[in-house]
Design a protein. Sequence first.
Length: 245
Amino acid sequence: MTRTKTGISGLDELIGGGLVEGSTILVSGGAGSGKTIFGLQFLYNGVAKYDEPGVFVTIETRPRDLRLEAQQFGWDLEELEKKNALIIVDAASSKAGLPTSEKYALRRGFDVSTLAEEIYRAVEDSKAKRLVIDCISALGMKFNEPSEVRSELFRISALLRELEVTSLLISETIDPETHSRAGVEQFVTQGLISLNLFEDSGTLKRNLLVWKMRQTSHSLKKHTFTIGKNGIEIKSRKSSTTKSR
Ligand SMILES: Nc1ncnc2c1ncn2[C@@H]1O[C@H](COP(=O)(O)OP(=O)(O)O)[C@@H](O)[C@H]1O
Ligand SMILES: [Mg+2]
């Protein structure tokens, strides 16, 4: 089985060497838990370390802000975009009802069909191997019924499967135990990683937990991580693994 290395320091060894190539992984966490940085780092490493192009679909953050966020870690997205090694799909402007001059954007308004078409075009143009959608909770807000959210997610998952990209679906949680707003996202993915930001004696701390990773013997422990000048770094510790479930 081929693995797609995240290149995030300390993570790949917790998950059998990397994500299963072509799989769809849910990355959940509360506001400020590091989800967007995680997604950016996965794509940036893809190009810089493994020569794999990527697509970042941004639904809540406008591309300009995303480029600025990346820049503080020394990740020059524009340089990659010039080579078509990275494509940012701007779904945020249309969702906010604002105009955009981005090359890849949802110009006909925000809906899942238009989003799917633009994802398809971006993956074809960049020959992407990796993709991030940040965040799918923003898709769910339009639908009232969990069954509706689920069927839209199935559509997107099927498209990602067809495109054979290794994908991260980012999900913003309110209750850390539920993993997603609609409580359904985890059923359409092959893996689930949660990022937690919590208070401990007056200090905010971060940890990461791999809840599910199909076909993988993975760590079952919480792993402390930091966000520093190189992005996310998982602190090493002796971890025990289990047989795959
Ligand atoms: N340069 C940096 N150095 C250290 N921590 C940072 C830096 N930039 C952002 N952060 C931390 O990352 C958080 C934002 O991460 P982000 O991935 O945008 O969160 P999320 O997408 O989960 O809401 C900030 O609240 C801050 O705590
Ligand atoms: Mg974010």
